[in-house]
Write a protein that binds this ligand. Sequence first.
Ligand SMILES: [Fe+2]
Length: 288
Amino acid sequence: MADQAFSVEQCPSSQQCLIAQISDPHIKAGGKLSYRQVDTANALREAITTLNQLVPRPNLVLISGDLVDFGHPEEYATFKHILSDLTLPVYLIPGNHDDRQSLRAAFPEHRYLFQHRDFLHWVIDDYPVRLVGLDSSVPGKPYGELSNASLEWLDKILTEQPEKPTLVMVHHHPFVSGIDHMDQQPLKHASALENVIGKHAQVERVLCGHLHRSIQARFGNTLAISCPGVSHQVSLDLTPDGPSRFQLEPPGYLLHQWSAAHGMITHQGFIACYPGPFPFYDANGLID
Ligand SMILES: [Fe+2]
């Protein structure tokens, strides 16, 4: 695994930064399939291969929670082993499937996970874009929550550097997605987070996982975006009381490209081999 003692050398220009995000790998131990269907370990390997081959290379990778499926130490060992193939710096937050203590125990070299005494909240100042991770996990519960003390911590952190473009990452979605069974396990009291985010204009995005598909929503004067799942996707079912189901649509990742000239642009890519790329033009112009 890449050393976590990163420096700005990996973002050679203070004028730009490229940040990849993947989410919800749900790793199981011993080759077990998630929900008896999904080879999540292999899916993460394929995602890492994709990320390692991106040109230009991202400066770092964010993983927005549900790192493993049941929070077991052996799952974190498997996750860590697979992640060791990633040749980019990586930063983690927990989701509802994670276990705070087991995650910390598995990644003692990820010192940022120990910044806060009670939660895996962290801030990284080593890049042209400031990174803030929030721990919304509630032991034994599928929904997420941020305590008043956590929101005060966030407000204080964001007050420190009002000019620096900032990404805030939290596993649970703080908006109504329209996918009913997921909206029954959202970030609770999301308006309290929205009030804090809305005070700090430098927040370029609130990045989430949990929804296992990419969804965008206006949130606190900025944009909240959920990242596709790295293996399985939650079914796009907007019917009221729709059942809790997933499907094996193409997995994906997000690329957040920030530059001083153009601000933050977010792209979605897919993790698979497709035909192409093919040219639009040849020597005679647009190909007919
Ligand atoms: Fe998940």
